[in-house]
Design a protein around this ligand. Sequence first.
Ligand SMILES: C[S@@+](CC[C@H](N)C(=O)[O-])C[C@H]1O[C@@H](n2cnc3c(N)ncnc32)[C@H](O)[C@@H]1O
Length: 297
Amino acid sequence: MQKPGALEATLSEQTFNQLRSIIQERAGIEFPEEKRYLLESRVRPRLVACGLSSFEAYTRHLRDGRDSVEMTHLLNAVTINETSFFRHASQFEALRDQILPELIEMRRKEGTKTVRLWSAACSAGDEAYSLAILIQERIKPRFPRMKFQVLGTDINTEVLEEARAGEYRERAIRNVPETYLRKYFRKKGRERGNSYVLDSSIRDMVTFKALNLTDSRDMRRMRDYDVIMCANVLIYFDQSQKKQVLKYMHRALRPGGYLFVGGSEALGDSASQFESVQKEGALAYRRSREVRSRSPT
Ligand SMILES: C[S@@+](CC[C@H](N)C(=O)[O-])C[C@H]1O[C@@H](n2cnc3c(N)ncnc32)[C@H](O)[C@@H]1O
């Protein structure tokens, strides 16, 4: 039951600091001072849902650690999930025209039969499905014997449900070429605006699972990827978290595999562990083809 006061509650500076440090510890996401009101408005519905009347009580509830499900709800509420199909067009062109054909040739010579792609922080699945469409349309016909696995991961369990459902608003599919739109999306409903349901032939190519990029246990299990797309998420982390995540990504790639980040993101110092390659106007980061001994961290 909602107690009176939850809707009027305000987030004091002290509680804001406590709450943002909980979020940063759990998910790496930073909330700078100027985002205090954003955090307040995102978290308020959680107070209501928990029947608590103040942010102080909510923060205590999280800290006492007995309600692990609430932590999931909190992270679902505070993550920014903006995404769309074929978001960074030049990256998909580079993958289609150069990176995937070259990688597949290389893997074929090595005797590898499966190429593995990972959309890390995939939100509602748009990026992972864009990869699947690209593979289905442009790569499989050229390499019919090769198998492909596409994985989408995110910390937000609600967007993962949306990803599995595969139903999208017009805005999300605005960059999908007309031919793919006609072939792979079915228009549905009219009252609250159209939505577009993705065909099961593409949905079946992608697996989704919850994963926290800043959790060492989650990340140590990620191995042997040929391509990782990790766009528009490192921008929410502080420098040391970002560095650590990039270390995990490097280790998760097969030698010769590629990492993409968002179009205008920079890797800073962490770039030095990769080879920077410019392909078709897109900047990619390649793990060296030499196999080095695995670092213990
Ligand atoms: C702005 S969206 C980017 C989606 C997609 N990569 C793109 O570029 O279109 C950022 C996503 O990162 C996810 N995220 C934030 N922190 C995360 C973490 N620690 N581990 C995994 N995913 C995280 C959010 O839930 C959100 O879906």
